[in-house]
Design a binder for this molecule. Structure first.
Ligand code: R5P
Length: 293
């Protein structure tokens, strides 16, 4: 039976591409607020007996989260055989332990709600810190997809003589695999984070790479301060480029980051003006092949 693909508002473009690539039927989720602020949700499309893929990227998740849960519950009530969440960007990955007494471990709470609402989760490069895989947090089967080959191929096609640069030790995984795929050198900087918007970056002497185009790669721009601090270390080099997976760009991050680089591009996991790298084939393949961690 043809699967039903239901985008939450704001996810229609990606869902349309996914439906076309998966041969699924594209439905819709109507939402609005009652006068007192409660959420109204109505599904358009018949879930009976079908696999339903609800598409909802989770950048800025709080305002629409109850609508997402209501949509999934409605699909199940209406007879869906399976209700999956396709969240190209997965939220609530940072607070995966109690750093200060009394703090909520929001990664675990969020995972518990998602796991009790959906049968399966498909996502791209979740920002795993202290856990090796989503299975440590999520009780449902998950498919963790990796955008690095797509970033690498974009860089190979668009940047001459790149030097791949990771802004911190955590980015070694992206920088190393991207550089290896396209046969480019890579360098990793060192970051010290002092607060949500305060980071310091130390860089080695980059003078020997002056004949290369610096390309900063990272999984996410959130406050953007990591990329801004890293970009400041590239003075004297060719005009720097920046390629990221998740274009979250909170508050003034886009203005800050885009003023530091000749070009900033991202994948389409979060809809944004910088989106240039389409991951629909990666997501469609995972949905159809039922990939697991
Ligand atoms: C580091 O842990 C991540 O890979 C990113 O560098 C970080 O999350 C970016 O955050 P922000 O944009 O707020 O500096």
């Amino acid at each position: 039976m043809q699967r039903l693909i239901l985008p939450l508002p704001g996810n229609e473009a990606l869902a349309t591409r996914l439906a076309a690539q998966c041969g699924g039927e594209l439905g819709a989720v109507e939402t609005r607020r009652f006068p007192d602020g409660e959420s109204y949700v109505r599904l358009h499309g018949d879930p009976r007996g079908r696999v339903v893929d609800i598409v909802c990227t989770l950048a800025r998740p709080d305002p629409g989260f109850l609508s997402l849960v209501f949509a999934a519950d409605a699909a199940r009530d209406l007879g869906a055989a399976e209700v999956n969440l396709v969240a190209p960007y997965l939220a609530y990955m940072r607070q995966d332990k109690r750093f200060q007494p009394g703090e909520s471990i929001s990664s675990l709470s969020f995972a518990r709600v998602i796991s009790s609402t959906f049968d399966r989760l498909v996502t791209v490069d979740p920002h795993l810190h202290r856990h090796p895989a989503l299975a440590a947090l999520y009780a449902i089967p998950t498919a963790t997809l990796h955008a690095a080959p797509y970033l690498a191929d974009w860089i190979a096609a668009n940047v001459a003589d790149p030097l791949i640069i990771g802004p911190d030790e955590e980015s070694e995984q992206w920088a190393g695999s991207i550089a290896a795929r396209i046969g480019a050198p890579h360098v990793v900087l060192r970051k010290t984070r002092h607060g949500d918007r305060q980071v310091d970056i130390e860089a080695p002497d980059l003078a020997r790479w002056r004949d290369r185009t610096p390309v900063l790669v990272d999984d996410i721009a959130s406050s953007g301060r990591t990329l801004v601090a890293a970009g400041a270390k590239l003075a004297g080099m060719r005009p720097p480029q920046c390629v990221i997976v998740h274009a979250v760009f909170a508050e003034d991050a886009w203005e800050q980051v885009s003023s530091c680089f000749e070009r900033v591009v991202s994948t389409d996991t979060v809809p944004h003006a910088s989106n240039r790298i389409e991951l629909t084939p990666l997501l469609a393949d995972a949905i159809l092949r039922d990939l697991r961690d």
